[in-house]
Design a protein. Structure first.
Length: 260
């Protein structure tokens, strides 16, 4: 219990980016109203934790691989859902979502001041009769979760000039520390951005993440060979071979199945 007699708050942070989770955890540190902080790195973990532990407050990333934030809430189907603060890198629906005010909305990157405002609003909601998610906001967030605005081109700098690259021409993308390397035919281009951020902006019907360090254009895959322990070897049209990881075994199974 806090000094004012209210129960302390159990928090769940859901984001597929570890740095994003760590950032929210740091902002919550030292808050006397917070009883515990749990984390989930994907939608499936989030769903299990929400159903099992019933946290009071969830900071929920909207777009995550395999199960987005909206799907998490829909599948949870709780009569008394937790208070949810949505977190996303997309700003198209931010104003509309904010105006609904059923839950709050944090646009990455957000300031500490903006985070405090969202946290204060969430605290006011917890235990009130207004914890149910507003259906208008859910409709907005469903649009966000569909991710309609995928990258179609990239602006790259080279030799003091900027040129534009059609994203569909990329064969595969590899991680290179704080950069990603775009492989286009015989050429490679570096961009200073994380793999997680790139993955969220790519059309999943064209680009599939098969490893924490690899994203592949499915139209460039010539064949797929099973390896060991849920891993696969992908052979591209240009002869490049990429090995998927067990973490993405379900993604690979969907990739090699016929959608009939």
């Amino acid at each position: 219990m806090t000094a004012n007699g209210k129960s302390r708050i159990r928090v769940l942070i859901v984001d597929d980016e570890s740095l994003a989770r760590e950032g929210i955890r740091m902002l919550l540190a030292g808050d006397a109203d917070i009883a515990s902080i749990d984390e989930a790195r994907n939608g499936k973990q989030a769903l299990r934790t929400i159903l099992a532990d019933k946290p009071d407050l969830v900071f929920l990333d909207v777009q995550m691989p395999e199960m987005d934030g909206f799907t998490v809430l829909r599948k949870a189907g709780l009569a008394n859902p937790p208070v949810v603060v949505f977190v996303t890198a997309y700003d198209k629906y931010a104003i509309e979502a904010f105006e609904v005010q059923a839950v709050d909305y944090l646009l990455k990157p957000f300031t500490e001041k903006r985070f405090r405002k969202a946290l204060d609003r969430a605290k006011e909601r917890i235990g009130s009769a207004e914890t149910l998610l507003d259906p208008k906001l859910l409709a907005v967030l469903e649009q966000i979760s569909r991710g309609p605005e995928y990258l179609t081109r990239l602006a790259l700098k080279s030799g003091g000039k900027t040129f534009f690259l059609d994203i569909a021409s990329v064969d595969w993308i590899g991680a290179a520390e704080n950069y990603v390397q775009l492989h286009v035919g015989r050429h490679q281009h570096l961009m200073q951005v994380t793999m997680d951020r790139v993955a969220k902006r790519l059309d999943p019907s064209i680009f599939v993440r098969v490893h924490r360090s690899f994203i592949v254009n499915v139209k460039r895959i010539r064949e797929v060979k099973p390896a060991f322990h849920g891993e696969y070897t992908l052979v591209l049209d240009n002869g490049v071979q990429l090995r998927s990881s067990r973490t993405y075994s379900e993604t690979m199974k969907r990739l090699i199945s016929n959608p009939l």
